[in-house]
Design a protein around this ligand. Structure first.
Ligand SMILES: [Zn+2]
Length: 309
């Protein structure tokens, strides 16, 4: 565990940086840190619960103290959830998700080993053109702390380097994706999946083809909704997909709704996840009324069923 002695200066450092005070100025804040520590040592919480502050180690330098980054291993137990494990270790679920590259928090397996960092933060892979400063700026975290934790001594970093960004959180979209609740289902009533995403025997040609979406079978005329906020980028008729709608969303997402019996929107319209855009049909190459639904991320298809609960 990290002691309060280590955390107090770091918290103050972070607060000062976020107030726009330069790190050079922070090197002269020993008195401020001491005052803060003194007040915390005397802190007595509600109900007489007192916080025990560790004694000062002689000769230690306050401003140089950055908590050490190390990892412990945790074995997932029955009933565990990422949020619960994170709480247990006093870190955010973002830290566990990012460090273990979890793609889906619902897919945790009993017995699975998770790396748990000693301090809160996320892992980031440096891209071409990144500098330690640009990374710290983007995540609004302390450059000094980031540099110290990662042993970075100048303002350059090689693409592909893994950087631990202390105190950083995953962006909203990433977190929604991982938690599986970014999208809403385009059908709100009952349906069954008549064909999944992936390789299948094509019902028309008989050959193995890649099914780039999911087929949601239901009754003709059932309302179809946009799966996420966005703008309609195309509507039309295609010999394979029948009547279709394509919507462009944030973060490089696009969705396609095909085999519709009716299109009830138009190119350029803004939609939300509660906008009715069309009706389920059997147009194009289709063996019965169903919605073919494809999700693109940066023009590559992804499995839609990983995007919702
Ligand atoms: Zn399909």
């Amino acid at each position: 565990m990290i002691s309060y002695r280590l955390f107090v200066p770091v918290i103050i450092l972070t607060l000062l940086v976020s107030c726009g005070i330069r790190t050079a100025d922070i090197l002269h804040t020993d008195s401020l840190i001491d005052a803060k520590k003194a007040s915390m040592q005397n802190f007595t919480g509600v109900g007489g619960f007192s916080v025990d502050m560790p004694a000062e180690v002689p000769g230690s330098s306050e401003t140089e103290e950055i908590p050490e980054l190390y990892y412990t291993v945790y074995r997932v137990q029955k009933g565990d959830m990422v949020g619960k494990i994170a709480e247990q270790f006093g870190i955010s679920q973002d830290a566990i998700i990012s460090i273990n590259r979890l793609k889906n928090t619902r897919g945790l397996q009993i017995g699975q080993l998770l790396k748990i960092p000693s301090i809160d933060g996320i892992v980031y892979t440096a891209k071409k053109g990144d500098t330690p400063e640009s990374i710290a700026d983007r995540y609004r975290v302390s450059l000094e702390k980031t540099a110290l934790i990662n042993n970075i001594s100048d303002n350059s970093i090689e693409a592909g380097t893994l950087v631990f960004i202390p105190d950083a959180k995953l962006d909203w979209v990433t977190l929604q994706e991982i938690n599986g609740d970014l999208f809403r289902k385009p059908l709100r009533g009952s349906y069954y999946i008549s064909s999944r995403y992936g390789w299948r025997n094509n019902p028309f040609s008989g050959s193995r083809t890649f099914h780039n979406g999911i087929d949601m079978a239901t009754n003709q005329g059932v309302p179809v909704y946009a799966a996420l906020d966005g703008r309609v980028s195309a509507t039309g008729f295609d010999p394979v997909y029948g009547n279709y709608i394509i919507i462009s969303h944030h973060s490089g997402y696009q969705t396609m709704y095909a085999h519709l019996s009716a299109i009830q929107t138009a190119r350029g319209r803004q939609v939300t996840a509660s906008t009715r855009i069309g009706q389920v049909g059997n147009t194009g190459q289709s063996t019965g009324p169903h919605l073919h639904f494809t999700v693109y991320k940066n023009r590559s298809t992804i499995n839609p069923s990983t995007l919702w609960n």
